[in-house]
Write a protein that binds this ligand. Sequence first.
Ligand code: F6R
Length: 247
Amino acid sequence: PVTVFANEKEACKKVAKRIATLILEKNDKMEKTILGLATGASPIGVYAELIRLHKEEGLSFKNVVTFNLDEYYPMNPLAEQSYVNFMKDHLFDHIDINFDNVHIPDGTLSKEEVQQFCVNYEKKITAYGGLDLQILGIGRTGHIGFNEPGSAPNSGTRLVTLDDLTKKDAAKDFGGKANVPLKAITMGVGTIFKAKEIILMAWGSKKAAIIKKAVEGEISGEVPATYLQLSENVEFVLDEDAASLLT
Ligand code: F6R
């Protein structure tokens, strides 16, 4: 289903509320909450609201385990552009999560080590019983995670090559497209698909064209987000501008 909100702020509050409810329900059952998280501009408002819920309403993340979708490769976790740094800045440093429960693909591994790391990443998610909720943004290529056009529906966590448009969109963070890493480690489409619940968020008119394709277009590896049409557990959460081209 598609849910359209008047603006990004309202939408982010709603998504944060869903996450908070899930954490409380799981706490009641003495279970951990396994969250799949995204970086980028889209989820920032959700993380801000989760921080507010922690500070003002006592929401605890002590029983939360997180798996991030992706990380650039190669990438030093201490670098400003790393997704490790992003997550600390926008969420982890401001809540009571146990850092042992945080998982982000490791951009420091050698090429030889990456494959085993990816297999282990999948195994860890499975060992926790799978992702309860996966948060997604969408790239203008139609990527989810860094599953660029051409990704297979059953793909797992792996090393991928970034699309040219993705590097262009990341250029400002790296002081030019030439400085953007060529690759990334990303959960696969198949990894994402196994989540019990998926929320894809998009804001603003620059996402309207790709949202139209993702929601209404033919299902194809050329626009990996179209695979989400095949899942019954997906919600597209949009603001009015991102939804403006939907029929
Ligand atoms: C980030 C990720 C990407 C972004 C997408 C949209 O972890 O996996 O798929 O969600 O590139 O980025 P923003 O939100 O910056 O427009």
